[in-house]
Design a protein around this ligand. Structure first.
Ligand code: GCV
Length: 710
């Protein structure tokens, strides 16, 4: 009796162990790009020669994280424990040391230009032995160095002749969460908020994993809550919760920021006004800020959305954005904190929305305190699949500016399909502002980069496997905006999927094609905001409620029987005049404006002759067709990668791509059906008629859209 129940318990325990092991290894995307799968046996021997022991000369809580990551990574990749030693005593040591360590003096390493966060990876002789040195001016720098070394091993790159130095381009590389205190996420498509406000300050392992993932790509700041901020976030109860997160993130070099509502002095402070020039208001911000720093000594600062989309702001008191930002900046200054003040403003008038932020902020250049950063979206409207760069870039010569990108795909398919966004961001980062002189790329004018996070409670963090690439790419670009989208795609693919070139090549080519496809089937040739109002999902070019012009597709496409496009030249809104003269002249000139921005800047007849020799109508239809063909091509490319990646993730992506193909057809057919009802022109030869009459597409409404996962 005893025996059989014992056997039963053993068998049951075995089954449970197997299930746990299977769950741990389930290819559910949870491990992101930090998979650390063992290197192939032959190569492993080579790596082992450069990783025989770990020697750590650094102190403090963050040093613990650094050594833990190095040990975790190397022992997993090299399939065996790597011993820690007090000093280098054999060939192949990996030595982690702060730059001011006296032991390093004889090596004469130049480390001044690494700043606080940069690092050096160097193969050198040390105490008579071959060693790999990871050297930085801070433990955070060491952590970045560790991740860089592990990345090389994960990508099977040599590590025995290292001479690499790297420092971030910007001191602030942040994720902005649009997470609400009730657990919902504005424009989030990945489950609920990652923050469990109910159970905080209790720390969940997921917060640690989040910090580690961010640190691995150089992100060093997190705004915890939505810019449409709940004033409660500044109450003692929520500050305790934020402090617990800050404590968790600190060893990973991540500082916590909060979004604040401008009217908080009234709502939680009991004042009658939030007028930034009222001394009682200034005192309130000071006291609140002091209270925060008592809890979070390295608190980063505040992000503010003011006088935008119904949010309160200084203009409610006839004060400027600079007055508003400065009162908060003055409260933060003694503590070294920063205000990120958003430039995303527009009114619901018929005036060109693309011009409104520049008109409001350009006159304020030089009026902001130096601990204010103006946070500007990549383009002048709102995270469209393609926009020209925002005219404020390069033209706020006496103001620090951050670029805000949207990692969550509000306007780019949300949680369907594959859309790798690095090509969109590099297009903007590389754009020449010609201000103060030509040759000044947007990236050279920035002090920070902020990405609207796509992280949520889903097991795979971002809802789909390929959305992880956008999180990864944002971090890598914020560290080094000169990296190419292709290079980052290749890195991410090798870390996340496989190092086999038969997998890397098709996956990277599919990623590079994906944003082009989305632009083609949604908003080709410079069209924008053709999505359904509110949901920002699915085509709705016919929507024309002129009571709310700045939300209406028809306001942006200006299509009628004669033509299509928004005239932003002198004969129209003259938005081109907001750019530096050489840039504005190029956009205004039909002979010079790139096709990709044509209808953003020009209203043209359907029969306008394009550079290709085709009419605008034929060319437009051609782009929609190309978008569908590209979406189909992505599915085919993915099939070719099948033998080289795991079945579980392959299947998930295959179904994402087939959903995207359906949506590409929907976008193409609906757009063509509508525009053809205006142009009355025949489709170009070989272009199939839309599958349904226009009324069919008009009737489809979110959220019950074909194929969308909600
Ligand atoms: C957080 C767009 C989005 C809003 C968002 C806003 C902003 O309008 O649709 O959800 O609000 O941008 O960036 O503030």
């Amino acid at each position: 009796m005893r025996d059989s129940s014992h056997r039963f318990r053993l068998v049951a325990a075995g089954v449970i162990l197997l299930l746990v092991a299977a769950a741990a290894w389930a290819e559910d995307g949870h491990r992101l790009w930090l998979r650390y799968d063992p290197v192939e046996a032959l190569l492993r021997q080579q790596y082992k020669r450069t990783a025989s022991e770990i020697v750590v000369d650094a102190r403090g809580a963050s040093a613990t994280v650094v050594e833990a990551e190095l040990e975790r990574g190397l022992s997993a990749l090299l399939a065996g424990e790597i011993p820690f030693r007090p000093q280098v005593d054999r060939d192949g040591a990996v030595l982690l040391a702060l730059a001011n360590d006296p032991k390093l003096q004889s090596l004469h390493l130049a480390t001044g230009d690494l700043g606080r966060e940069g690092f050096l990876l160097r193969s050198a002789r040390f105490h008579g032995h071959s060693a790999t040195l990871i050297v930085a001016n801070s433990n955070n720098g060491l952590l970045y160095g560790v991740f860089a070394l592990l990345r090389r091993v994960q990508m099977r790159e040599p590590v025995d002749q290292l001479n690499l130095r790297s420092a971030p381009a910007y001191p602030l590389r942040m994720l902005d969460h649009w997470d609400n205190l009730d657990g919902s996420v504005e424009r989030g498509y990945t489950g609920r908020s990652i923050w469990n406000w109910g159970s905080l300050p209790k720390i969940d392992q997921r917060y640690v994993d989040y910090a580690r993932a961010n640190a691995s790509i150089g992100i060093n700041a997190a705004v915890l809550n939505n810019v449409n901020a709940d004033p409660k976030v500044l109450t003692p109860e929520y500050l305790q919760k934020a402090a617990a997160l800050a404590d968790t993130f600190r060893p990973y070099g991540i500082r916590v920021f909060l979004s604040v509502r401008f009217s908080s002095p009234i709502e939680i402070g009991g004042l009658k006004t939030a007028d930034p020039l009222d001394p009682a208001v200034a005192a309130w911000w000071r006291h609140k800020t002091d209270e925060i720093y008592r809890l979070i000594p390295d608190f980063g600062g505040f992000l503010v959305k003011a006088n935008s989309e119904g949010q309160p702001g200084p203009q409610d008191y006839h004060r400027t954005h600079a007055d508003g930002a400065n009162v908060i900046a003055d409260a933060l200054r003694p503590h070294g904190g920063t205000v990120l003040w958003r430039a995303f403003v527009y009114g619901n008038s018929a005036e060109d929305r693309a011009k409104q932020a520049y008109d409001e902020f350009h006159p304020l250049d030089g009026k902001f305190r130096d601990n204010v950063i103006l946070q500007v979206k990549n383009g002048p409207i709102d995270f469209q699949p393609r926009e020209p760069f925002h005219p404020l870039f390069g033209q706020m010569l006496r103001t620090r500016v951050a670029l805000e990108a949207q990692i969550t795909r509000e306007y780019v398919g949300q949680n369907t399909g594959v859309a790798y966004l690095a090509p969109m961001w590099t297009e903007v980062l590389d754009a020449d502002t010609c201000s103060p002189s030509c040759g000044t790329a947007v990236s050279a004018t920035l002090s920070a980069m902020a990405g609207v996070s796509n992280v949520g409670s889903d097991r795979d963090w971002t809802g789909t496997n390929f959305d992880q690439a956008n999180w990864y790419a944002f971090g890598r670009l914020a560290w080094n905006p000169r990296l190419s989208a292709q290079q980052i795609a290749s890195e991410w693919t090798r870390l996340t999927w496989s190092n086999d070139p038969r997998a890397v090549k098709p996956i990277v080519s599919m990623m590079m094609e994906s944003r082009k496809a989305v632009v083609n089937f949604m908003t080709p040739l410079g069209l924008a905001h053709q999505m359904a109002t509110d949901y920002h999902y699915g085509p709705a070019p016919w929507v024309c409620d002129l009571k709310q012009p700045s939300w209406n597709p028809c306001y942006y496409n200006r299509a009628d029987a004669n033509g299509i496009g928004f005239d932003r030249t002198k004969s129209g809104s003259d938005a081109v005049a907001q750019y530096a003269p050489p840039v504005g002249a190029r956009f205004a000139n039909l002979a010079a404006v790139p096709d990709k921005y044509l209808l953003w800047f020009h209203h043209l007849p359907w029969t306008y002759r394009m550079r290709s020799g085709r009419t605008l109508w034929d060319e437009l239809v051609g782009h929609y067709d190309a978008g569908v063909a590209e979406a189909a091509g992505m599915s085919r490319t993915w099939v070719s990668a099948r033998p080289y990646v795991d079945a579980e993730r392959w299947g998930a992506v295959a179904s994402d791509l087939s959903r995207e193909l359906g949506e590409a057809r929907w976008w193409r057919d609906a757009s063509i059906a509508y525009f053809q009802s205006l142009s009355k022109l025949p489709l170009p030869a070989g272009s199939p008629a839309p599958a349904h009459p226009l009324s069919y597409y008009e009737a489809i409404r979110p959220p019950n859209l074909p194929g969308q996962r909600r």
